[in-house]
Design a binder for this molecule. Structure first.
Ligand SMILES: [Zn+2]
Length: 414
């Protein structure tokens, strides 16, 4: 008798454990990473999507019906800085010079949680900005379940040409921590390899920076130097991405083989055509220009748009016209973590189709970042799923109303 009871309890517990890892999610709308579908359901077993299609019934699973809301793949942020916080709180210089690693790591813990609860389940972080390899440590902590956060792809310190990057304004004998690692010429393979060895998932290079007369943006590395970085990273199976605002630096980086251009403000039609020809995507970081302009005095409700904003609008529209692939990435950290959707709102405001914007934040970024099991709700894909109120294909700001977040088959927010 006792044995029978024990057997029954074991069986029941087994069923319970099984159903805990099996979910059947339904909603009026399901964005599958490509298109908006009506009345679909998604079935999850463990950390994997085992069905996504017209609604049907599944047994031995917990059904959650989200009604008149929208299911989507977890969003993939393409350009974050988890080790930075908004510059209107503390200037970039003061963050790099005065905040300890302890403080910066503590802030990053909060930033990661805010991102995940905002529906960002994967994030490409574009440089630790003076915090060494803290990004690698943060990624490890998320993977070990020590802290909550999105899946991370991290750059480590990033590579800058000697003399180009900040903080600046000190005399030659004052040693200050730099926002990135300096390297040039023959030293480039060593620095690239060291960054890889220390945990960088990809390499970020600053192809230009504001080191010209009057702090104008000017190219830094030669095309050959960037190619050295790209080839060194490539042999380890990693890609290189470039910060570039000037047409010349963009051209050098594109020809050298980078996969994405970050910012791209000064691009010409010729440069965008070159990007299309070489399959290079643009991560426009519109929200950064929009936020920095406001920090420096622009009242968006009554003042005319400042040159920085006018130019960003121009370059983004031109990129769309020329058919450049757009990677969703706002440079979040410059503005508050968790406000990532601001970039998507601006992409739409500046002329992008809403469904295209949704694709950019899911399947397009997944493909660009070589994440072959993410960015789509599809049989065999990883169960990173969010639910938002309303219909973001009609009103992109509906992405701000996150009702539910699942990462790797586990419910994070409900
Ligand atoms: Zn950035």
């Amino acid at each position: 008798m006792k044995r029978k009871t024990l057997l029954l309890i074991t069986l029941l517990l087994g069923l319970l454990v099984q159903s805990q890892n099996r979910y059947h999610l339904k909603a009026k709308r399901v964005f599958d990473g490509q298109n908006m579908q009506e009345n679909w359901s998604v079935h999850i077993d463990g950390n994997t999507i085992v069905y996504a299609g017209p609604s049907k019934t599944f047994r031995n699973s917990e059904t959650i019906d989200f009604g008149d809301n929208t299911l989507l793949p977890g969003l993939i942020e393409g350009h974050s800085h988890i080790l930075l916080h908004p510059y209107n709180e503390t200037s970039w210089n003061d963050q790099v010079l005065k905040e300890s690693y302890g403080e910066r790591a503590a802030r990053a813990v909060n930033h990661l949680k805010a991102s995940l609860y905002a529906g960002i389940t994967t994030m490409r972080d574009l440089g630790s900005e003076g915090a060494g390899y803290l990004d690698v440590g943060m990624k490890d902590a998320v993977e070990k379940g020590v802290i909550e956060g999105p899946r991370l792809l991290v750059a480590g310190p990033a590579i800058v040409a000697t003399g180009s990057y900040g903080p600046k304004g000190f005399h030659e004998f004052v040693k200050v921590p730099l926002g990135a690692e300096e390297a040039d010429g023959v030293n480039l393979p060593t620095v690239t390899r060291r960054q890889i060895g220390n945990g960088a998932d990809f390499i970020k290079v600053y192809a230009d920076y504001r080191w010209g007369p009057g702090r104008t943006a000017k190219p830094t590395f030669s095309e050959e130097e960037i190619r050295t970085i790209v080839e060194t990273a490539k042999s380890s199976g990693r890609v290189t991405v470039a910060h570039a605002s000037t047409a010349e630096a963009m051209k050098r980086a594109i020809n050298a083989g980078v996969t994405t251009i970050e910012h791209g403000d000064g691009a010409t039609a010729e440069v965008f055509d070159l990007m299309v020809a070489k399959g290079v995507a643009l991560c426009p970081t519109i929200a950064a220009s929009y936020s920095i302009s406001q920090y420096t005095g622009w009242n968006k409700d009554k003042d005319p748009e400042p040159a920085r904003v006018v130019n960003k609008k121009r370059s983004f529209k031109l990129a769309l016209e020329r058919g450049v692939k757009i990677s969703f990435g706002g440079d979040v950290g410059v503005f508050p973590h968790g406000e990532n959707v601001l970039e998507l709102e601006l992409m739409v405001e500046y002329g992008m189709d809403k469904l295209e914007a949704l694709r950019s934040a899911t399947s397009v970024n997944a493909a660009l970042f070589q994440l072959d099991k993410l960015g789509q709700l599809k049989n065999g894909f990883l169960a990173d799923i969010i639910v938002v109120k309303g219909d973001p294909s009609r009103n992109i700001s509906d992405l701000r109303a996150v009702e539910f977040v699942m990462k790797d088959g586990k419910i994070v927010k409900r």
